[in-house]
Design a protein around this ligand. Sequence first.
Ligand code: SF4
Length: 364
Amino acid sequence: MKNIKPLITSPHMGNTYIAVKAFLETVGCLYVPCPPTSRRTIELGARYSPEFACFPFKVTLGNMIEALEKGANVILMAAGRKGLCRLAYYHIVQEKILKNLGFEFEMVGLGNNLRDVLFRKIELWSGKRSTLPGLIKATAITFRKLKLIRKIENLTRNLRPYQVERGEVEKISRKALALTEEAKTFSQLKTVEREIKRLFTSIPIMKKREVLKVVVVGEFFCCLEPAVSFQIEKILGEMGVLVTNNMSSYRLAKGFLFPDLQKWWINRFIVKKYLRYSGGGEERRTLGEIEIYARKGYDGVCILSPFLCLPENTAKTILPSLSKKFKIPVLSFSLDENFSEVNMLTRVESFVDMLRRKKNVSGN
Ligand code: SF4
C-alpha cells in the first residue's frame, strides 16, 4: 500500500510560515500554508470561538479551518512555555472545537515538547529517521530565512516613507519574500541576500523628505500579523512615517532556544519601576520600549493589543503617566473581529496630523 505523508500546516503570524515550511521540507515533511488571513478567516474564527477568547485565538482558529478545508491533517500551533498567558491553552481548546466541527486531524502544541516533536513526530511525518546533522541543517536554514525575513521587513519599513511611487516598496518586498521562500540551500540563500540588497537599492526615493518617527509596540501576534493590525505599518509608512517595530519571528524563535537578553535588560533596568511582576504577555516590553524610544526622540507610539488581553490591559493603565512623563503621544488600539479598517484609518490620520503640527513637519 502506498504510504501517504501527512500534510502539515500552521496558523499565520506574518511571514513566519516561510521559515516553518523551510524547516519541515528540509527534514522531508509535507507542508501546506494556510490561505492568507482575510475577512473570511476572521469571521470563521469568531463564529466558532468562545466569545471571550482573545483575538489571536479566533484568527488562528479561522486559519486552521481554512487549512483543514485545503486538506491539511496535522496542525502545528505555538503553545509557548508554562506561563500566565492563555496562549498555552489555545491548542487544547481549538482542537476540541475543530473536532466537534467534524474535522479529523492531529493537533501538536509546540512548547516544552520540542524533543519529542523533533525526534519522534518528525520521523513519523517524514517516514525517515531524524538525524542530528539533518536537524541541525534544517534549523540553520530556518534561522537564516528568519533573519532574511527580518531584514526584508526592516528595509520595507525604512524605505516606505521615502518612496517616490506609492506601492513600489510593497512590490519589491513581496518579490524578496518570494525569493526567500523559494531558496532551498545556503548558496541559494546567499544569492537571494545579494538580490534583496539590489532590489531595495533600486527603489527611487526622496532622500530629503521630512518624516515622523513612530514605534509600534504591543502584543506579539498583533505586531507581527499585518492582517490583524489592519496594515497599520503600511498605512503609517505611506503617510510619511518611519515605523520601528522590534518584534520579529526571528526574535521569538531565538528566544525559544536562548535567553532574550534585550528583554531581560528591559525588565531588570527599565520596567521594574512601573510593573514589578509579569502578567504573562508582552506588557513589560510595551512599557519598556515606550521609555526607550521616547528617550531616543521618537515622535509617537502606537500600541496594538487584542481586546480582552489581560497583560496588555494592565500596561494600559500605566500609559497615561508614561506618556505625560516623556511627553510622547500614544495611540492605542484594542483589536478584535468588530474592529474596522475605516476606524483604523481615521484614527491614524488624526494622530499623524497631530504629530505633524506638534513637530511642525509638512506632509510632503
Ligand atoms: S498575550 Fe493577551 S492576547 Fe495574547 S494570548 Fe495572552 S492573553 Fe491572549
